[in-house]
Design a protein around this ligand. Sequence first.
Ligand SMILES: C[S@@+](CC[C@H](N)C(=O)[O-])C[C@H]1O[C@@H](n2cnc3c(N)ncnc32)[C@H](O)[C@@H]1O
Length: 174
Amino acid sequence: MLTESEAEQSYLGQFIPLQYHHSMLMDANRMDNFKAAIDHVVFPGAKVLELGGGTGVLSWFAAGKAAKVYCVEMNLEMVTEARKLLAKNPNGDKVHVIHANAFEYLPPEPVDVMICEMIHVAMLREKQVELVESFKRRYLEKFGGPLPIMIPTDSMVTKCDQPWFRSALSSESV
Ligand SMILES: C[S@@+](CC[C@H](N)C(=O)[O-])C[C@H]1O[C@@H](n2cnc3c(N)ncnc32)[C@H](O)[C@@H]1O
């Protein structure tokens, strides 16, 4: 019998089995759009934090321009895989993979960009909103403002000209 905490952590969207990462990586629409958003907001020399890094691929995209990327992943199997993959790729040394719970982790210094993709199919049992809200509260307590630019939310706002869309999202993300 699982404890309540163990049951919570085994939900899909919390601990995604390795094979699901293959599907995410093979989804060109997903990967191309995340890469475009990251390229759009990460500037040369930026400090970046990713919460829920998985294979580390989004952190690696950021490392193309960033000076340093903190990549937080709670699943030890994924931490090991991410470190192996990053070691084989250029700029991988700029990504620091940290085995930690994103609900508790904060970087040792302020960051310019925060990436978090924990959105689950049909938004079932996903922790995206809860985690981003927790991050914002803890980050402001530790560093004060400003908050980093957040992907996906802020990049959607900057790319979308619809006023209703902009106002609906910007009040939540900034
Ligand atoms: C949807 S996957 C995205 C992985 C990667 N960012 C990508 O885009 O390919 C979400 C990742 O968040 C991790 N995760 C879930 N809950 C977490 C938590 N509380 N702390 C850190 N990582 C977590 C999962 O293990 C999984 O690797």
